[in-house]
Design a protein around this ligand. Structure first.
Ligand SMILES: Cc1cc2nc3c(=O)[nH]c(=O)nc-3n(C[C@H](O)[C@H](O)[C@H](O)COP(=O)(O)OP(=O)(O)OC[C@H]3O[C@@H](n4cnc5c(N)ncnc54)[C@H](O)[C@@H]3O)c2cc1C
Ligand SMILES: *[C@@H]1O[C@H](CO)[C@@H](O)[C@H](O)[C@H]1NC(C)=O
Ligand SMILES: *[C@@H]1O[C@H](CO)[C@@H](O)[C@H](O)[C@H]1NC(C)=O
Length: 491
C-alpha cells in the first residue's frame, strides 16, 4: 500500500508541475494586457466590452493607423459636415442606441424624404407628399407585399435577431459566424446560403417588389443586387424601415468616446505583424511603425484584430504560428461616393419637371452607373443642398455634367466599403484565429453594419473573457432561453 501510495507523489508532482504555472498565470495576473488592431466601431466597442468584463486592471491598447472611427467618418462641404461612411442606424440596434445614450450623444433623423425608383430610363414609382397617396400607389404596384414586408421584417427577422442581446447578456459566445447567427434563429443559417431573391420569393413576395424595392435598397446600402445572401439582404431591408437615425454631430463620435469610456490607450501607428512568442511571459508581440515612422513593438497576453484581413485591405503578417494565418479569400466591394453641392438634372433621372424629382433616388437596374442619389441633411440635421451619389465605378466628368445642372462644389472618393457578397462562399473566417487571438471582422461576411460590428465586438470580448477564466461552458453551447422554456411547459 505504502509503495503505491508513495509512487503517486512523483506523478502528482508532475501534473501539478505542468498545470500550475498556467492556472497561476491566469489567476495571479487576473487582468490581461490586450492589444486591439483597429480603432473603428468594431475595435472600440470590443475595448468597451472588455473593460466591462475584465474590470479596471486590464491594460487595453488600440492601434490605429489613420483615425479612430475608421469607416465612420465625416466629410466637410462648405461649412457643413456629412456622413461619409456608415450613415444610418436602425431604432432596434440596441448597442448603438445604448452607446449613444451612455456617451451623452443625441439623435438626428435619418429617414429618407420623398423617394423614387429609377430603372435607367424612367421612374418605376415615386412617393407623394401625402402618405395615403404613397400607400395607394405602392399598393397598386406591389399589392399586399407592401403590408407584408413590415410584418416579415419585424416578426421573422428583427424579433429573432434581437435574441442575440439576451444571449450575450447571459455571457454566451461563439467561435464561428454561423454559430453566432444560428443562435439567433436557425433559419438565418439558410438565409446566409440562399439569395435574398430566393428567400423572399419563398416567403411569398412578388417579383415586382423584389426587383424594384428590394433591389433599390440593396443597391443603395451595399451597391449589390438581389443575388446577395438573404441574411445581409434582410439587414439591408431593415436599413430602409422607418425610424432610422444618426448621431448628432457625426456617428464617428461613438468610437471616439468609447475609447475614453473603455479607458483604452490609442497608439497611433500601423501594425505590421503579430508574432506568436515562445517561452516568454506574454503570448504575442505586436510590431508596428509609429507616427514618427519608427519600428516599435509591444507584447500582450491577448490580441484582437478589428480590421478586415483580406488582400487589398490588410498586409498584417502573422509570424511563428504552428499553422500559417493568411488573408481570407473573399474580396471587398469598391464603392465611389460623390458629394455634390448643386442641383440635379431631373431629366437624367427621367423626370421632366425638376420640382417632381424625389429627394432620394434609388435605382433598380444594375447596368446603370448610379446606385443611388440622395439629398442629404448635414450631421446636425440641418438642411443642405448637398447630394450623395453612390456608384460602383467613379463617375466621369461628363457623367457629373449630365447628372447636375449646376454645382458649387464636388468631392469624390473611392473605398473598399464592405464585402463583395458574391465572393463570400461557404467557408467563413472564424472569430478565433489562435489561442487568445481573435478576429472581429469575420462578422462582416454575414453582414456589414455598425451594429453587426458591435455584436461581434461583444462576442469577441466574451470569448476572450471566457477563455481567460476557463469558462468553457459558455462557449459554443446552445443558449437555453429560460423564458421561452417556461412558456413551452405551460403550453
Ligand atoms: C459608404 C458606406 C456606407 C455605410 N452605411 C452604413 C449604414 O448606413 N449603417 C450601418 O450600420 N453601416 C453602414 N456601413 C458599414 C459600417 O460603416 C461598417 O460595417 C463599420 O463601420 C465597420 O467598422 P469596423 O470597425 O469593423 O471597421 P473599420 O471602421 O474599417 O475599422 C478598422 C480600423 O482599423 C484601422 N487599421 C487597419 N489596418 C491597420 C493596421 N495595420 N494598423 C493599425 N490600424 C489599422 C483602420 O484605419 C480603421 O480605422 C457603411 C459603410 C460604408 C463604407
Ligand atoms: C437598364 O438600363 C439600361 C441602360 O439605360 C437599359 O438599356 C435597360 O433597358 C434597363 N433595364 C431595365 C430592366 O430597365
Ligand atoms: C440598453 O440599456 C438598457 C437601459 O439601461 C438596458 O436595460 C438594456 O439591457 C441595454 N441593452 C443592451 C443590449 O445592452
Amino acid at each position: 500500500m505504502s509503495a503505491s501510495g508513495g509512487s503517486m507523489w512523483p506523478l502528482r508532482f508532475i501534473i501539478l508541475g505542468c498545470f500550475l504555472p498556467i492556472t497561476l498565470s491566469n489567476e495571479a495576473k487576473e487582468s490581461p494586457s490586450i492589444g486591439i488592431v483597429g480603432g473603428g466601431i468594431g475595435g472600440t466597442s470590443t475595448a468597451y466590452f472588455l473593460r466591462q468584463l475584465f474590470g479596471d486592471d486590464a491594460k487595453i491598447d488600440i492601434f490605429e493607423k489613420r483615425q479612430v472611427g475608421g469607416r465612420l467618418a465625416t466629410i466637410s462641404i462648405g461649412n457643413q459636415q456629412f456622413e461619409a461612411g456608415g450613415a444610418v442606424i436602425h431604432p432596434k440596434n440596441m448597442y448603438m442606441v445604448n452607446f449613444t445614450k451612455l456617451l451623452g450623444l443625441e439623435h438626428v433623423n435619418g429617414d429618407m424624404g420623398s423617394f423614387g425608383i429609377f430603372d435607367g430610363s424612367s421612374m418605376r414609382i415615386t412617393s407623394n407628399k401625402y402618405r395615403v397617396v404613397t400607400l395607394a400607389k405602392l399598393f397598386w404596384r406591389y399589392g399586399m407585399d407592401i403590408y407584408n414586408i413590415d410584418n416579415w421584417i419585424n416578426e421573422k427577422l428583427l424579433a429573432k435577431f434581437m435574441r442575440i442581446y439576451d444571449i450575450q447578456r447571459a455571457g454566451h459566445a461563439y467561435t464561428t459566424v454561423p454559430d453566432l447567427i444560428g443562435a439567433m434563429d436557425s433559419a438565418f443559417l439558410s438565409y446566409m446560403k440562399k439569395s435574398i431573391k430566393f428567400v423572399m420569393r419563398t416567403a411569398g413576395f412578388g417579383d415586382a417588389f423584389i426587383d424594384e424595392m428590394v433591389m433599390g435598397a440593396l443597391r443603395t446600402n451595399y451597391g449589390q443586387s438581389t443575388e446577395i445572401p438573404g441574411f445581409v439582404g434582410a439587414v439591408s431591408l431593415a436599413g430602409v424601415q422607418p425610424g432610422l437615425w444618426a448621431v448628432k454631430g457625426g456617428n464617428k463620435q461613438v468610437p471616439e468616446k468609447l475609447v475614453t469610456e473603455a479607458k483604452a490607450q490609442v497608439i497611433q501607428g500601423t501594425v505590421m505583424s503579430v508574432q506568436l512568442l515562445q517561452y516568454q511571459d506574454k503570448t504575442y508581440r505586436v510590431e508596428y511603425v509609429d507616427a514618427e515612422k519608427k519600428e516599435q513593438h509591444r507584447d500582450y497576453d491577448i490580441v484582437i484584430i478589428a480590421t478586415p484581413l483580406h488582400d487589398e485591405m490588410s498586409d498584417i503578417d502573422f509570424e511563428d504560428f504552428p499553422s500559417p494565418i493568411e488573408n481570407f479569400p473573399q474580396h471587398y466591394h469598391k464603392l465611389t461616393s460623390t458629394f455634390v453641392d448643386g442641383t440635379p438634372n431631373s431629366k437624367y433621372f427621367g423626370v421632366d419637371n425638376p420640382e417632381d424629382l424625389s429627394e432620394e433616388i434609388l435605382t433598380c437596374n444594375d447596368t446603370i452607373l448610379v446606385n443611388s442619389c440622395g439629398k442629404k441633411t448635414d450631421v446636425l440635421g440641418s438642411p443642405a443642398q448637398v447630394y450623395k451619389v453612390f456608384s460602383n465605378s467613379p463617375p466621369k466628368e461628363d457623367d457629373i455634367k449630365q447628372m447636375f445642372t449646376s454645382k458649387k462644389d464636388i468631392r469624390m472618393f473611392s473605398m473598399m466599403a464592405y464585402p463583395d457578397y458574391s465572393t463570400v462562399g461557404e467557408e467563413l473566417p472564424p472569430f478565433v484565429l489562435h489561442d487568445q487571438l481573435y478576429y472581429v471582422n469575420a462578422i462582416e461576411l454575414a453582414a456589414s453594419a455598425m451594429e453587426m460590428s458591435s455584436i461581434a465586438g461583444k462576442n469577441v470580448a466574451l470569448l476572450a473573457y471566457n477563455h481567460w477564466h476557463g469558462s468553457l461552458e459558455k462557449i459554443d453551447e446552445p443558449y437555453a432561453d429560460s423564458t421561452s422554456e417556461t412558456e413551452k411547459t405551460e403550453l
